[in-house]
Ligand binder design. Structure first.
Ligand code: BGC
Length: 260
């Protein structure tokens, strides 16, 4: 395929890959609309989830899609200019790994792989196409899952790697008190768990005085069961892209890096 042909077939599109602790999901995304162009496919996260094992899954998605354009991937850790700087819920061998370089080397047919924090990707997706679209000022997205992820946006621009899930709350790492996994592990009702979430979000509110909170993660599909219970001064909206936020945000970030 000539460069020109490759460009016309990949323009305005990017492959988005969402890497989580249990599954890795992928779809092709129209980055101008935020819509998935293909069905989502999913592969179980390898165990141990070492960089090489995960890079092979990323490479399989790229090959299966026969994709030669940009690829964006989320990762559940601090990612500073492509390098993993933390590993709260992933294999410790990631710390110090240049994830961009590792995935890009595994996918020679793609136009580079760009990696960013999972909550940051969700924040980008929600601010472009979801609950925070056209919201000026300070928006904080919090994702409640195995841990708590955060994205801080100012007038639609991301400040990466905020890691607000690791604020100290009552002497504990906040995500150990208020993540969705804590609700599951302790068989808590939404009413009980909402008290913990409220206490955590009041703390974040005091520190940042945001204009809007967006709450995401798997529990956002049950938002009506717990969001109305939160007593906060800041409006709270449920994330709109739900399961697709990571894929869409990663694809947008990759396309923008490429200048589209
Ligand atoms: C990690 C974050 C991540 C969040 C959600 C936290 O434990 O430190 O980097 O965004 O979990 O996956």
């Amino acid at each position: 395929m000539s460069d020109q042909q490759a460009d016309s077939s990949t323009a305005g599109r990017a492959l988005g890959i969402d890497i989580g602790g249990t599954g890795i999901k992928c779809a092709l995304v129209d980055t101008t609309t935020g819509k998935l162009v293909t069905e989502r496919s999913r592969i179980l996260t390898p165990h141990p989830s070492t960089p090489d094992a995960v890079a092979q899954v990323v490479a399989k998605f790229v090959t299966d899609a026969n994709w030669s354009g940009p690829v964006g991937a989320t990762f559940p850790a601090v990612i500073q200019h492509g390098v993993a700087r933390s590993a709260a819920n992933v294999d410790g061998s990631w710390i110090g790994t240049d994830v961009d370089a590792c995935f890009t080397a595994a996918c020679p047919q793609a136009d580079g792989v760009f990696v960013l924090n999972d909550a940051d990707a969700a924040g980008i997706a929600e601010v472009r196409f979801g609950a925070a679209k056209d919201v000026p000022g300070v928006v904080i997205l919090l994702t409640f899952g195995t841990g708590i992820g955060s994205a801080l946006l100012m007038d639609g621009r991301l400040v990466p790697n905020t890691e607000l899930g690791h604020l100290e709350l009552d002497g504990h790492d906040a995500e150990k008190r208020a993540a969705a996994s804590v609700r599951d592990e302790n068989d808590m009702s939404y009413k009980e768990w909402a008290k913990r979430v409220e206490r955590y979000m009041q703390h974040v509110e005091r520190l940042f005085t945001p204009d809007l909170f967006v709450v995401g993660g798997g529990v956002s599909k049950d938002a009506d069961k717990w969001v109305p219970r939160l007593s906060l001064n800041t409006p709270v909206k449920a994330a709109e892209l739900q399961n697709d936020a990571g894929i869409v945000g990663a694809a947008i970030a990759a396309a923008e890096r490429r200048g589209e």
